[in-house]
Design a protein around this ligand. Structure first.
Ligand SMILES: [Zn+2]
Ligand SMILES: [Zn+2]
Length: 294
């Protein structure tokens, strides 16, 4: 399968001269299976260019897997071109809520005055599903979700093809109130989902010096995500959900710090950027480790 990052910024899109290298779009990642399956992880602003590509290819079945409904993970949905083609079948998966069904929560955004088109008037055939706690099969891909620590109902996803696995945890604070290194794994948010994944894309919003002012906001600091990834024995950690206030220069410093904290084999840590490609197949994991020079 091929994983491509279309947006990896947290909270708010931040285009501009200071974010050219790592990108300014909010969370959106495509996973394309070897048999042509198309999954889309989150619907942030990076979903707009992905939609242009999928529409041009004429892809007719798309599964959109939402981690949660914060606007930085949903805002691109109304600009996703395949939704405006009546021949397209779009399945939208997201965390269950005791308050409102997924469809009604999304309709809150896709309706006036926030958006000119009502969800009910979208031409594509759209079906809503609760995120699967037991594995479901989509073509040759296996997908499952798990509730994790963030603000409001939030899930992470694990996608597998053959022996390869990628885990997506864009908004996650596993260390809330606990020491990740000391916490029993049974009680550590996201651990079971992440355990021994080949690739982990994980919230890395804060530098360790910024975290004390943001405890409980639902996000991770660099030290926390490194400890979590090592505890879960992942093959490759990809820092994700970058703070909108972090410039490209500050991003480089955070990656350096993450590598230092990782210790030996520090090439198992890298940082997502808009356009990053990760290939997973029987031969292993192939990825570009550095963004092109702007
Ligand atoms: Zn977010
Ligand atoms: Zn969030």
């Amino acid at each position: 399968m091929r994983v491509k990052v279309w947006g990896c910024r947290g909270s708010l899109a931040v285009p501009g001269a200071d974010t050219v290298r790592y990108g300014g779009n909010t969370s959106c990642v495509s996973v394309r299976g070897s048999d042509g399956e198309v999954l889309v992880l989150d619907a942030g602003t990076g979903m707009r260019p992905l939609g242009i590509e999928l529409a041009a290819e004429g892809v007719k079945v798309i599964h959109v897997l939402l981690s949660h409904l914060h606007l930085d993970h949903l805002q691109g949905l109304g600009f996703f071109r395949p939704l405006f083609n009546e021949d397209t079948e779009v399945h939208i998966w997201g965390p269950a809520s005791p308050v409102l069904p997924l469809q009604e929560r999304i309709a809150t955004y896709l309706s006036p005055p926030l958006f000119p088109v009502r969800l009910a008037d979208i031409p594509a055939r759209v079906t809503f599903h609760d995120a699967p706690e037991e594995p479901i099969v989509i073509g040759g891909l296996s997908v499952r979700a798990s509730l994790v620590t963030h603000q409001g109902p939030t899930v992470g996803y694990r996608v597998e093809e053959g022996d390869r696995s990628v885990v997506y945890l864009p908004d996650h604070e596993p260390g809330l109130g606990v020491d990740v290194a000391l916490q029993p794994t049974d009680w550590l948010s996201g651990y079971e989902l992440t355990n021994r994944a080949d690739v982990l894309l994980h919230d890395a919003q804060y530098g360790d010096d910024e975290y004390p002012g943001h405890i409980g906001w639902g996000h991770s600091a660099i030290g926390l995500v490194v400890a979590f990834a090592q505890k879960a024995d992942v093959g490759q950690l990809v820092l994700f959900h970058h703070d909108p206030g972090h410039t490209d220069v500050e991003m480089e410093a955070l990656v350096d710090e993450a590598r230092r904290l990782w210790g030996p084999a520090d090439d198992r840590v890298c940082c997502a950027w808009d356009g990053m490609v990760i290939d997973l197949d029987a031969g292993g994991v192939t990825l570009e480790r550095l963004p092109p020079v702007a």
